[in-house]
Design a protein around this ligand. Structure first.
Ligand code: HGY
Ligand code: MN
Ligand code: MN
Length: 417
């Protein structure tokens, strides 16, 4: 195998850079971020690329074109993870691209474009609650207010960037709009069961689902668990529990125009957090997705109305804030056709499918057309879980497809950029 075995071995190496062994937890601007970034930069250099960290801790590898003044094609994915993650989410998109460059370099081949591979430092948003930090800076949507976001220890993003050796004010220079980038194409594990169920190793993404994230805080009244009668309680956790079920109920029904929805309460915290005290303040988060922006916005509004009604009925207070919202990102139809043709040249059926997961690609439309390639996940398609898995054979196929795309696609006139 030219690529697959090496890619999985490299993913195993990166998985060891974790804050919470034996699982994979690698968050932004941590020592583990540095370990993974250094390892990826070394792989890039060994493959024949220049590689360096940018101001925000992304690792950027460049494989120069066969001519000066060539347009730029970008790819990449994220090197950070969720808590207790799998080892291929994000990482596969970085390693498959480096494998392509290594093969080109070995053959002494250059492309008609500068090829940039980016290992983004923060896509998941676990540490500071802000997601897609590196890709948003490159896509022109970085918000400097994020520099004051704090992690659980009270460290601001600005402080963490300085400690990491980054430059909190360097985000402006990362904006790639109008800088000759003509395509962004990302490879990623599917993180779902579609390709697995249909017996296909790869797929071509049609669009990336829109997402919104809410913070909700419910305030009731603490009291003695043994003496406060049930009928007179203002139990913040019981109210929050009813709100969590409302999220599930609303997201389970078809959205506006029948659009599919998903809704998740991933974190919840009850205070004061004693076994014999009625909870007074409960905070939880809601993640709402749909391929349709209108349906997602409508469902979010219906959820917030439900929270208000439940709070009134239970004599507690509720405050909800949408702190993150990203529109659905359609992949560029003509650009998509190029990797699709590469799939067909491998003798495989071309399966086009949407992505329910968010990806760095979704913030690049202001820079250039985007396309994505999916590779099959095993174990029922599970992801964001240690059981996330893929095979070396599928890594081989996906990398061969990506390499074929790189060697056959001719960028539009650079003036279009
Ligand atoms: O949440 C997502 O869809 C991605 O894993 N950040
Ligand atoms: Mn993820
Ligand atoms: Mn991902």
């Amino acid at each position: 195998m030219r690529f697959g075995t090496d890619i999985l071995r490299q993913a195993d190496t990166l998985a060891a850079f974790t804050e919470e062994p034996p699982g994979v937890t690698r968050t932004y601007l941590t020592p583990q971020h540095r370990q993974a970034g250094d390892c990826i930069a070394a792989l890039m250099r060994e493959a024949g690329m220049d590689a360096s960290y940018d101001a925000l801790g992304n690792v950027v590898g460049r494989y120069a074109a066969d001519r000066p003044g060539a347009p730029v094609v970008m790819t990449g994915s994220h090197m950070d993870s969720v808590r207790n993650a799998g080892r291929y989410d994000g990482v596969f998109g970085i390693l498959t691209a480096i494998a392509c460059v290594r093969d080109l370099h070995r053959r002494g081949k250059r492309l008609p474009f500068d090829f940039e591979v980016v290992a983004f430092g923060d896509e998941e948003g676990v540490r500071f609650g802000v997601t897609l930090i590196g890709s948003k800076a490159m896509g022109g949507s970085f918000d400097p207010a994020w520099l004051d976001a704090k992690d659980a220890a009270g460290t601001t993003l600005r402080e963490a960037l300085v400690a990491f050796g980054g430059d909190p004010d360097g985000w402006r220079a990362l904006d790639r709009r109008g800088k000759g980038v003509v395509a962004y194409v990302e490879s990623h594990i599917e993180q779902g069961p579609v390709l697995l169920d249909e017996g296909l190793p790869v797929g071509v993404v049609t669009a990336i689902a829109s997402g919104a994230r809410m913070r909700v805080e419910v305030t009731g009244l603490a009291g003695h668990a043994g003496t406060v009668p049930m009928g007179s309680r203002q139990d913040a956790l019981a109210a929050a529990a009813e709100m969590v079920l409302a999220v599930e109920r609303i997201a389970s029904a078809p959205g506006e125009g029948g659009a599919a929805l998903v809704g998740t309460v991933g974190t919840i915290d009850a205070r004061p957090g004693a076994i014999n005290v009625i909870p007074q303040v409960v905070s939880f988060t809601v993640d709402v997705r749909s391929g349709d922006d209108v349906a997602r916005r409508r469902a979010t509004a219906v959820m917030r109305d439900a929270f208000d009604a439940i709070a009134t009925q239970r004599r507690v207070k509720v405050a909800s804030e949408v702190f993150y919202e990203l529109p659905a990102a359609p992949c560029d139809a003509s650009l998509q056709d190029a990797p699709a043709a590469s799939v067909a040249r491998q003798g495989l059926p071309v399966r086009r499918l949407p992505s329910g997961a968010g990806h760095d690609a979704m913030v690049f439309p202001p820079v250039c057309p985007i396309a994505m390639l999916f590779v099959r996940c095993g174990a029922g398609g599970i992801s964001h879980h240690p059981d996330e898995t893929m095979t070396a054979e599928d890594a081989e196929v996906a990398t061969s497809v990506f390499l074929d795309f790189l060697e056959t696609w001719t960028p539009p006139n650079a003036d279009d950029a």
